[in-house]
Design a protein around this ligand. Structure first.
Ligand SMILES: Nc1ncnc2c1ncn2[C@@H]1O[C@H](COP(=O)(O)OP(=O)(O)OP(=O)(O)O)[C@@H](O)[C@H]1O
Ligand SMILES: [Mg+2]
Length: 465
């Protein structure tokens, strides 16, 4: 329902219109002239003003002019008994939304008002959308406007405002850390620290002293008291990356911290109260792990108060062009170069399956920008597995197309796809990936080099390698 301001020097008219639009469920305020109307608007804005033109002490035209200067988003509909083409023309020129001559049919005015409100809703939506686009871009660095990413953005905005623990899941390279930062940056904690720690990169005892701190002398090498990251991120956010790698003993300790909101540094008697927001991430299936018994069920429920699942890039292919442009700009800015992308190359990038997700795309563009000496990134600058990628043929691997098939390339692609898939399934754990592929680790490493995916595998695993 809208806020409507009715301005007329005739009391009977004010009463009539209040009744008509009040019955429609709108909030009504009334004023006797332009000046009073402006005073009311200063207190609280309206959505629409219905104003008489001829009034003592600031007429409708002057009111319109004043409103357009300060609150251009308000709808203004003028009414007058002295219809003249000139007044009408002037009213429109000054930005009136509509104009009606007295006497009029109330139904006609209702129609005009509902049209004005509709138009405004559209403008509002558009404005909110633009603002959101701007914020997204500048505050979060997250690119993508597919419906799936839109839903993610909405989720980020919503959870930024609350304190709940968030669990971000998604395949490697889908942007989990980026989303965690965005939540922090859009939250009231933005000015306080955001501290990120990879739980998979530490032994159990090291992780405990990193997270909770320690007292001097509590173990060999503890030569001074040291604050833990939970305390360092007080009033801010701690990002527990790869939480699925946490040992059972650490899981118990973390659960306690989340329940009590207190940490006990290693070797300390007393606990310290902390107000640190926790965001966790994993590319493993924690629910399955908790059913299997490798991840505590109670901790799982505690951290997954709000789950955010980032879809793999291949499920939101419409984001690819935007991401490509974004990374080209990024690497051009970094290197002082200036290249664009050839349409044929863009086609290839759009159809590729991107098992390494946005990270793999980013690396591909970085490499292509570095290699391309011309003005446009040509297909030759893309890796063979992308230029030769043919989704149809991989799907129906036993169909021999009429025009034949380049078997060597096809097998090569198949091999690469299986290796990427094995790494994805095992979160980049090469030993486990080799087991899945029934080959020695050494052979797998050979394949990583052959297909130039060693760095992707390392990143899937985090900073440990
Ligand atoms: N939507 C996006 N817009 C722009 N850049 C993105 C987007 N998603 C991911 N990236 C970039 O891709 C890279 C990988 O993202 P990020 O590190 O957040 O992934 P991740 O999900 O944490 O991966 P992992 O599970 O391997 O740790 C980063 O350089 C990040 O900036
Ligand atoms: Mg990460």
């Amino acid at each position: 329902m809208a806020n409507i301001l009715i301005v007329d020097d005739e009391q009977s008219f004010r009463q009539l219109l209040s009744l008509v639009f009040g019955n429609e469920g709108h909030n009504i305020r009334t004023a006797m002239n332009g000046r009073q109307a402006l005073d009311l608007l200063a207190e609280e804005p309206s959505d629409v003003i219905i104003s008489d033109v001829k009034m003592p002490d600031m007429d409708g035209i002057e009111l319109l002019r004043a409103v357009r200067e300060t609150q251009p988003e308000i709808g203004v509909v003028l009414m007058t008994a002295f219809a003249s083409v000139d007044t009408a023309r002037e009213a429109f020129k000054l930005g009136a939304d509509d104009f009606i001559t007295k006497p009029f049919d109330v139904e006609e005015l209702k129609l005009i008002i509902s049209k004005t409100l509709e138009k405004q809703a559209l403008i509002d939506e558009n404005r909110a959308f633009k603002r959101a686009q701007r914020d997204r871009g500048s505050v979060t660095n997250i690119v993508g406007s597919s419906p799936k990413m839109d839903a993610i953005f909405q989720m980020i905005e919503t959870v930024a405002e609350v304190q709940s623990t968030v669990l971000i899941t998604g395949e490697s390279g889908t942007g989990k850390e980026l989303v965690a930062r965005a939540i922090h940056d859009l939250s009231p904690r933005a000015e306080r620290p955001f501290i990120s720690i990879n739980c998979g990169a530490f032994t159990e005892t090291l992780l405990e002293s990193e997270l909770f701190g320690y007292m001097k002398g509590s173990f060999t090498g503890a030569t001074a008291n040291r604050k833990g990251l939970f305390e360092a991120a007080h009033n801010g956010t701690i990002f527990l990356d790869e939480i699925g790698e946490m040992s059972p003993a650490m899981q118990v300790k973390l659960l306690r911290v989340l329940q009590e909101r207190r940490v006990r540094p290693v070797g300390a008697h007393d606990e310290i109260a902390i107000d640190t927001r926790v965001i966790a991430a994993t590319n493993r299936d924690l629910k399955a792990m908790s059913e299997e018994g490798t991840f505590r069920e109670d901790l799982f429920y505690r951290i997954s108060v709000i789950p955010i699942n980032l879809p793999p890039l291949r499920e939101r292919k419409s984001d690819i062009p935007e991401l490509v442009e974004h990374f080209i700009k990024k690497f051009c800015d970094q290197t002082g170069r200036s290249v664009t992308i050839a349409p044929k190359s863009m086609d290839l990038l759009e159809q590729y399956a991107w098992h390494g997700n946005v990270r793999e795309l980013e690396h591909t563009i970085e490499r292509a920008v570095a290699l391309e000496r011309g003005e446009e990134i040509r297909p030759e600058r893309l890796p063979d597995h992308i230029t030769n990628y043919n989704p149809e043929r991989i799907k129906s691997e036993f169909d021999l197309p009429d025009d034949g098939i380049d078997l060597a390339t096809h097998l090569d692609n198949l091999e690469r796809t299986y290796v990427m898939e094995a790494l994805r399934k095992t979160s980049g754990n090469q030993t486990k990936a080799a087991e899945l592929l029934k080959m020695p680790v050494r052979s797998l490493r050979h394949l990583l080099d052959k297909h130039d995916i060693r760095s992707i595998s390392a990143q899937m695993r985090g900073s440990e390698q």
